[in-house]
Structure formats: structure tokens, C-alpha cells
Ligand binder design. Structure first.
Ligand SMILES: Nc1nc2c(ncn2[C@@H]2O[C@H](COP(=O)(O)OP(=O)(O)OP(=O)(O)O)[C@@H](O)[C@H]2O)c(=O)[nH]1
Ligand SMILES: [Mg+2]
Length: 202
């Protein structure tokens, strides 16, 4: 049977409880707005959706993690082999933002492959009157760590599709680069760009 996609990527959605990870995944797979009564995760689950970028189709396996502290050890096991990560915070709660650098980014650095692509998402930007984290702070944090940044609104879907397309493009580029590097004679492959990511071209 003909292969329907050119790439297959594992993507993780991480961040504190209640920031909107599950809602975002429900929206991107079933349409916006997602249901309001989504239950806080007590485990880990995945959904699948394909995205097309520059005539290439990538199938994303999107893993929805639990933000609650008590599930942290379970989540840690899932960083292995992932090609992309969304670091999500809630613009209404400073704590969810500070924990990106006091907790989540460290977990990513320790657990995810070296070439993983990461995008920071400041969610719930429909609730501007209750905002605690400014757009500038969100962007500055992302820039400081060499990451891309977007603010999203799951109620309307604003920027969510864009975020997934951005991540897909970055994962495709990285995967192509790693594949090219692999095809080079060994003497040309330098230590710094030797593939360490499990992005798979299928
Ligand atoms: N106003 C608004 N509410 C949102 C948005 N995104 C999510 N929510 C609401 O925030 C609450 C928590 O959303 P979830 O998707 O369950 O959050 P989560 O990050 O998956 O939480 P855990 O599973 O506990 O880690 C729900 O009531 C959602 O309806 C958004 O962009 N705007
Ligand atoms: Mg959830």
C-alpha cells in the first residue's frame, strides 16, 4: 500500500496543569472550540494528525502529558525519541511561566534528544484583562533560549494551527539535515552535527 506521509514525528505537549494542553490537542485534531469539560490528565495519551508543509506530509503523534507534579516521573519517560516539544504556559498565571525555566526546560534538556525542536506557547490570550505575563516577557524568554514563540487562544484556535505548522517545518528541516549528514562520507560528518535525534524519515 502507498505510504501516505513522508515523515513521522513524535511531539510532546508539556507545561503546568490547567494551561490548556489537552484542549489544544482536542482542538487541533477535532476542531475548535474544543469541549470545556476536559478532565485534568492523570496519565499520558496520544492523538494523531497530519500536517502538510511545502508539499511534504508529516504525520504527528502528539503526546498529551499530565501537568500535575505527582505525574512528573511518568512524563519524564516520554521525552526519549521525540522530535518536537511545545512548552505551554498560561498568560494569566505567572507561576506557570516561571516554571518553564525552573522546571520544564530543564526536563527537556535532560530527557529529550539534542536536536529536538521546541516552541514556547503562551496560551489563553483571549483572557487579556487577566494577563500576568506580558507578550514581551514570553518572547524574551524564548529568544534567550533560542526558541520560537507564539501566543495562542484555544477558544478560537488562534495561532494553534500556525504553531503546529511551524513545529512541523522545523522538524522536517532538522530531519532532512540529519539525513543528509548521514549520507555524507564519515570524514565529513563533524561531531557537532552527528545525528542524535530519532526523527525518522519514512
Ligand atoms: N479562556 C480560555 N480557556 C482555555 C484555553 N485553553 C484551555 N482553556 C481552559 O483551561 C482549562 C484547562 O485546560 P486543559 O486543556 O484541561 O489543561 P491541561 O494543560 O491539559 O491540564 P492537565 O491535564 O491537568 O495538565 C479548561 O477549562 C479549558 O477549557 C484558552 O485558550 N482560553
Ligand atoms: Mg490535560
Amino acid at each position: 500500500m502507498a505510504q501516505e506521509h513522508d515523515y513521522h514525528f513524535k511531539v510532546l505537549m508539556v507545561g503546568d496543569a490547567g494551561v490548556g494542553k489537552s484542549s489544544m490537542i482536542r482542538g487541533i485534531t477535532d476542531g475548535f472550540p474544543p469541549p470545556e469539560n476536559i478532565i485534568s490528565n492523570i496519565g499520558i495519551d496520544f492523538s494523531v494528525r497530519s500536517f502538510e508543509v511545502d508539499d511534504k506530509v508529516a504525520k504527528l503523534q502528539i503526546w498529551d502529558t499530565a501537568g500535575q507534579e505527582r505525574f512528573r516521573s511518568i512524563t519524564r519517560a516520554y521525552y526519549r525519541g521525540c522530535s518536537g516539544i511545545f512548552l505551554v504556559y498560561d498568560i494569566m498565571y505567572d507561576d506557570t511561566f516561571s516554571r518553564l525555566f525552573s522546571c520544564w526546560l530543564n526536563e527537556v534538556k535532560e530527557g529529550a534528544p539534542q536536536n529536538v525542536q521546541v516552541i514556547v506557547l503562551g496560551n489563553k490570550c483571549d483572557l487579556l484583562e487577566r494577563r500576568q505575563v506580558s507578550t514581551e516577557r514570553g518572547r524574551a524568554f524564548a529568544e534567550e533560549h533560542g526558541l520560537k514563540f507564539l501566543e495562542t487562544n484555544v477558544k478560537t484556535g488562534e495561532n494553534v494551527e500556525k504553531a503546529f505548522l511551524m513545529l512541523t517545518r522545523d522538524m522536517i528541516n532538522t530531519s532532512d539535515m540529519l539525513q543528509m549528514n548521514k549520507d555524507l562520507p564519515t570524514s565529513y560528518a563533524t561531531e557537532s552535527n552527528t545525528p542524535s535525534c530519532s526523527c525518522s524519515v519514512v
